[in-house]
Design a protein around this ligand. Structure first.
Ligand code: AMP
Ligand code: MN
Ligand code: MN
Ligand code: MN
Length: 279
């Protein structure tokens, strides 16, 4: 079970990826993926296209989403897998979570003007595939194209993050609601890329305990955001809390993502893979 090539985290043009759901499905299949999920940010609009494309290519498809959550004054991401994407409460929750992105983007643009970068909102919009989902990634692409930075990685080191120009604080969904929308839609809630959060050790334990109390069931162990050392750290967390383990590249774009679809190592052997619990 752990040796199946599962890739349960990536993004299409429906959020901040650069490929269509169909192009992602083809790329996943060509890279040997056997079980695939598209997990756009705060949006399930690409699910039926992804499922049809995956099934036409002979891959098993699991529906997915990645929800933006505010917890202890930081943003964290909760992936939902195996959701019914037509569940009204989930759809409303995601709509409410997306709402506010446009005003935030205008505020980001105003912040960038303070350091002499003009018209970034219009520039970012040129990269947006879904008008309800303008993200920092679209600003990053604009800043690269206009020569402010050499890469999106460089953008996120110098702009758009706390303490740097173009940062705008934002309140996303709360943790309890995000888990409820996922579980209420028949899905499994998973903490995405836990190695990326800058919480204290104490806060991390508090997060895992609260997440579990609220009905959260899984944690990403092998992801494009983790180092091999972090695979081991979060494998231990999964065992300690009895979490299911997930694996996903978090692929966004052939030009930007270091880790391609389907190219990560397998989950460490003792872990229970999340796909063993999904149809
Ligand atoms: P947003 O939801 O608008 O806050 O945008 C978050 C997105 O920005 C993430 O999903 C990533 O795609 C991208 N991002 C954030 N931090 C980084 C980083 N350090 N390097 C590359 N992309 C990043
Ligand atoms: Mn993203
Ligand atoms: Mn994420
Ligand atoms: Mn992601």
């Amino acid at each position: 079970m752990n040796t199946l090539n599962a890739d349960l985290h990536c993004h299409s043009v429906v959020s901040d990826g650069t490929l269509t759901p169909e192009a992602l499905a083809l790329r996943a299949q060509e890279n040997g993926v056997q079980i695939w999920a598209l997990t756009d940010h705060d949006e399930v609009g690409g699910q039926s296209r992804a499922r049809t494309a995956a099934q036409d290519l002979g891959m098993r498809y699991i529906s997915g989403v990645e929800i933006s959550v505010s917890w202890a004054n930081q943003t964290l991401h909760i992936v939902g897998l195996g959701i019914d994407e037509n569940n009204p409460q989930l759809i409303q929750g995601l709509y409410d979570t997306r709402n506010g992105r446009t005003n935030r983007a205008k505020a980001i643009s105003a912040e960038l003007e303070r350091v002499g970068i003009q018209n970034a909102y219009a520039g970012a919009l040129r990269f947006v595939g879904n008008p309800e989902l303008i993200s920092r990634t679209h600003f990053a692409r604009h800043l690269v194209e206009s020569g402010v930075c050499a890469s999106t990685e460089e953008v996120f080191q110098n702009y758009l993050v706390a303490g740097k120009p173009g940062f705008v604080d934002h309140v996303w969904a709360n943790l309890a609601d995000a888990i409820q929308w996922i579980t209420g839609a028949g899905g499994i809630a998973i903490i995405a890329h836990p190695g990326r959060y800058r919480y204290s050790d104490l806060q991390k334990e508090e997060l895992y305990a609260q997440f579990k109390d609220l009905g959260g069931k899984g944690i990403e162990v092998v992801t494009g955001s983790h180092t091999p050392e972090e695979y081991a750290i979060f494998a231990k967390v999964a065992q300690r809390y009895g979490f299911l383990a997930s694996r996903g590249s978090d692929f966004h774009s052939p030009d930007e993502s270091d880790i391609d679809l389907g190219c990560l190592p397998n989950l460490p052997a003792p872990l229970r893979p999340v796909w063993s619990e999904l149809q």
